[in-house]
Design a protein. Structure first.
Lengths: 504, 95
């Protein structure tokens, strides 16, 4: 039999329906691939027994011709989603051995639709990071390697050489999808955490419009920015995943009560006559010429498909990242106040309750989380609120207005690069100045600030042989247009699977 | 704006994170790098601009004021580092 892990999600779905293989066979193939790929550190918890039980149930459904939209398809779940009875840590020491008594809405909808859970995926601690280097479970390895790199399978199940990061915060999700360790994965995006790792690994990632997916049961980072979405092998796969993940949830007051379209139907739809905006503010000084060439190539592909290209201006673009680094830490400091050693997770003893809190949080949070909680505490503290938080929220209004203006002029979507560079090496960024790491999200963060949908689609390789992605930004709740446009890019660029499974 | 060592110490205490004296200068440098970065926002004219409070314009949802959940004390304390008879146990708070 061919390697079942090489299939896309929709190919596997069709194979199950045609009874070419069973859900149990498909799941076993993935379990074996996960076991062989431990050196990549993509999974922080494997749940093979759970997966096989779900697969057996799926096989029964399929035999009766009662297959649901994701019946028998093995997925990986970012460790930010609460999974009932299965350890959920947000990859932080402070959550310790937390086992939720409830299931997040997004994952419950995947199981409702018949999906199989292979395990929990690594991420930056509390989703704070752009390289998966802040996880309490250690770094994730990008299955991609630079041409002529010294990275290889080392002794004792480790990777040797200076490997590349998979991006973050959904680094485990991106790495697992790229390495065929699941057919697709859930992820979350607060400033670029779906799109940047997708771009770094040659996978497709979409952050839907804020309110599309319920946030209930997802560990909170910055509540006005957080959105769940999938990372998948193809645009079509991402469309199928999002349809199951999205939908109204009365338990999340910011969840929007709107029908979820059949996103897959939008894949392959004509983009003729669509107006695509090219924002001049994204042409940064010193923009990597390879990224610029990729962008021009994307423009040419969309033009060839009949879209009209329009130069636009989004004048407040450069203020999105600094405003984000006020809003996100402020909300994080508030959300993370709950980790106090009382109700769950780690507790360190202290002579009184305040010392217990302080020692618990000192021992439980990693360096990046501490920095952001402290920045957030500072900008919200008495006397500074207006100067920082209020000003940042006003700037956010201006950023949103920039997009509203171009959409009102008839623009259907905006095309930009997804990241300023290809994947970088472990330890290469941010060790001296945290802002250096933050700059990775320069093209993605505006989308979160404005609450818009954005998709990253792989579009080419750089001179080192590493994947690069393009980003399409849509109108609110118009993910369908992004799937149609994304498909045009995928068709023109081809797919970028990792060819050599060097780790196993 | 930049923060001095005393402010870093005060903020750490407000955030309820114990920071050893020796780590304060490094943290001060990192916080100041971030605060220096966000200072760019001072250039923006925000005169008369409403702060963004809601990402998507929508009415706040309402529901009947009735109990919809509960009677699961055992589940709620299941992950507690210390609990007794469905209570969370903490160090003595009141002398």
């Amino acid at each position: 039999m061919t390697d079942l892990t090489r299939l896309t999600l929709t190919e596997a779905r069709d194979g199950l329906k045609a009874k070419t293989f069973s859900a149990t066979e498909l799941t076993k193939a993935h379990i074996a691939a996960v076991e062989k790929a431990r050196a990549l550190n993509a999974y922080v918890l494997e749940t093979p027994e759970h997966a096989l039980k779900q697969a057996a149930a799926s096989d029964e459904k399929l035999a009766k011709g009662e297959g649901r939209p994701l019946e028998g398809l093995p997925l990986g779940i970012k460790d930010l989603f609460a999974t009932e009875g299965v350890r959920t840590t947000a990859c932080s020491k402070i959550l310790g051995n937390f086992v939720p008594a409830y299931e997040s809405t997004v994952t419950s909808q995947l199981w409702r639709d018949g999906a199989v859970m292979l395990g929990k995926l690594n991420n930056d601690e509390f989703a704070m990071g752009s390289s998966n280097e802040t996880s309490a479970f250690g770094n994730v390895v990008n299955p991609w390697r630079r041409k002529g790199s010294n990275v290889g399978a080392g002794q004792g199940g480790a990777v040797e050489g200076n490997h590349l990061v998979p991006g973050g915060s959904s680094g485990g999700s991106a790495s697992a999808v790229a390495a065929d360790l699941c057919l697709a994965a859930t992820a979350t995006d607060t400033g670029g955490s779906i799109r940047q790792p997708a771009a770094f690994t040659g996978t497709v990632g979409i952050k839907p419009t804020y309110g599309r997916c319920s946030r209930w049961g997802t560990v909170a980072f910055a509540s006005s920015l957080d959105q769940a979405g999938p990372i998948a092998k193809t645009v079509r796969d991402a469309a199928v995943m999002l349809r199951s993940m999205a939908g109204h949830d009365p338990k999340d007051t910011t969840s929007v009560d709107m029908a979820v379209p059949d996103y897959e139907a939008a894949v392959g739809r004509s983009v003729k006559g669509m107006k695509i905006g090219i924002p001049r503010e994204y042409r940064l000084d010193g923009l990597n010429p390879e990224i610029d060439a990729l962008w021009q190539q994307g423009i040419a592909w969309l033009k060839a498909a009949g879209a009209e290209i329009v130069e636009i201006s989004l004048p407040h673009t450069k203020y999105a990242l600094p405003a984000y680094y006020i809003v996100a830490p402020a909300e994080a400091s508030s959300n993370l106040a709950r980790y106090d050693g009382v109700r769950y997770g780690l507790r360190e003893q202290g002579k009184d309750i305040v010392e217990m809190y302080e020692k618990t949080r000192a021992a439980g949070f990693g360096a990046e989380v501490k920095r952001r909680v402290m920045i957030g505490t500072y900008v919200l503290s008495a006397g500074y609120y207006d100067a920082y938080y209020l000003r940042a929220q006003k700037v956010r209004t201006l950023i949103k207005r920039d997009f509203e203006t171009v959409y009102a002029q008839g623009i259907d979507a905006v095309l930009t690069p997804a990241t300023p560079s290809a994947a970088f090496g472990i330890g290469e960024k941010g060790s001296a100045d945290p802002v250096e790491m933050y700059l990775n999200d320069i093209f993605t963060v505006t989308v979160n600030m404005a609450g818009l949908p954005g998709i990253a689609v792989p579009a080419g390789l750089d001179s080192q042989g590493l994947p690069l992605g393009l980003q399409l930004i849509g109108r609110p709740f118009d993910e369908e247009t992004l799937f149609s446009l994304g498909q045009v890019i995928e068709q023109a660029a081809g797919r970028f699977p990792v060819t050599e499974k060097w780790w196993g | 704006m930049s923060v001095d060592l005393a402010t870093v110490k005060r903020v750490a205490h407000l955030a309820r994170i114990a920071v050893p004296e020796a780590d304060l200068p490094k943290l001060q440098g990192e916080l100041n790098a971030i605060l220096g970065f966000v200072e760019q926002l001072d250039e923006v004219n925000v005169e008369g601009v409403e702060p963004m409070t809601s990402v998507t314009p929508m009415a706040i949802k309402q529901r009947e004021d009735v109990v919809t959940d509960g009677e699961i004390a055992d589940k709620i304390v299941a992950n507690a580092p210390a609990s007794e008879d469905d209570y969370f146990m903490v160090p003595k708070v009141i002398e």
